[in-house]
Design a protein around this ligand. Structure first.
Ligand SMILES: [Zn+2]
Ligand SMILES: [Zn+2]
Length: 360
């Protein structure tokens, strides 16, 4: 059986490579990908911001078990699994042996393994813009709850787990106010979880669709960047809405200026969570004294502890009818039209594009 996988050799270019679908590794499995999403990182890849070497796109997926490897009979929560079951994997594997893993901080594993750089490397299917995906031994995967459709489950990893962990890292408590800079996939998931735990949520964005979505995903207030075009006016507006200062600012806009804005906006002694900026080439000038004098906590979140995918799937199962999760993925494309999905995501015409590799 043959499968296909995408490769981005340079910005705004995509190729599809074909290989035999490998046998499942002992302790792992091969999944058929039913849905994979265009996350922010794929848009950065598409723009060529990951340097001159090519890259394999795709890390958010849901799928079905195509073939189980020897010794695998349950997911990482102990739920029995069989071929054909719907599952979602964490897109990286932690080592369990490095200084951070040993200390219990798996989110900061310094030896985590991701997919290969080029699909020619066996087992070929190590990124998710593909018909198939190989889950390695030791790589967490979970059965998807029956009431959570593939389109929703695919976003649990990474967008949702990432912000779930971010809010926990920042210790967001009942009754606190959080400002979410950026109402894309990460931002909307953060708003829903923050709201469900009793926080007041303020969303900042500049697109009508995103601001509307923010309200439906739990934002109590929205700040339209077209109405408040500079950082100072937005800070002032947020203070009016808070009758004070926000306790936490979550940066998921992915532009360097937003990091500075988050530090300026948050209250003295507040927490800034940096998630959105992932391009080494992009910089901003920051006065370190602001961190000092405001006694800020600045927390960076690159990945989450693998078990957060299970927490996210459980949250979805409980809140699937409270928030419009089914509409979050607002455009789907066959795998062959990935370029169009990436272009339209780059232009922010769609919130979350999904690819359906088993179709067409
Ligand atoms: Zn580790
Ligand atoms: Zn992602």
């Amino acid at each position: 059986m043959k499968g296909k996988i995408a490769y981005i050799p340079a910005g705004h270019q995509i190729e599809f490579h074909e290989y035999d679908v490998p046998a499942p590794p002992a302790g792992g499995l091969v999944a058929s990908v039913t849905q994979t999403n265009v996350c922010g990182s794929e848009v950065h890849m598409w723009k060529g911001e990951f340097g001159r070497r090519g890259i394999m796109p795709g890390h958010e997926m849901s799928g079905r078990i195509h073939a189980l490897g020897a010794g695998v009979s349950a997911d990482f929560a102990g739920t029995p699994v069989r071929e054909g079951d719907r599952i979602a994997p964490v897109y990286y594997t932690v080592c369990n042996r490095c200084v951070n893993c040993v200390a219990g901080n798996h989110a900061a594993c310094i030896a985590k393994t991701l997919g290969a750089r080029h699909p020619d490397e066996p087992p070929h299917f190590t990124a998710t813009f593909a018909t198939h995906y190989v889950i390695k031994p030791g790589q967490n995967f979970y059965k998807v709850p029956d009431n959570v459709p593939d389109a929703v489950a695919s976003a649990a990893n990474c967008a949702m787990s990432q912000v779930y962990w971010s809010l926990d890292r920042g210790r967001l408590a009942y009754g606190e106010t959080v400002v979410v800079l950026g109402a894309g996939g990460l931002g909307l998931h953060a708003m829903a979880i923050a709201k469900a735990r009793g926080a007041r949520v303020i969303a900042v964005d500049s697109f009508d669709l995103r601001l509307k979505q923010a309200r439906r995903f739990g934002a109590d207030e929205t700040v339209d960047m077209r109405e408040y075009p500079d950082a100072e006016s937005r800070e002032k507006r947020v203070r009016e809405l808070c009758h004070g200062w926000p306790d936490m600012v979550l940066e998921v806009a992915g532009v360097p200026d937003a990091f500075l804005e988050a530090m300026r906006m948050v209250r003295i002694g507040g927490r800034v969570i940096e998630v959105g900026n992932i391009s080494n080439a992009l910089t901003v000038t920051i006065p370190p004294s602001m961190v000092t004098f405001k006694s800020l906590e600045v927390i960076g979140v690159a990945t989450y502890p693998p078990h957060y995918l299970k927490k996210s799937l459980d949250f979805l199962a409980t809140h699937i009818d409270r928030y419009p999760y089914r509409e979050l993925c607002d455009a789907t494309f066959p795998l062959a039209r990935a370029a169009e999905a990436l272009d339209r995501s780059e232009r922010r015409e769609i919130t979350r594009a999904g690819l359906l590799p088993q179709e067409g």
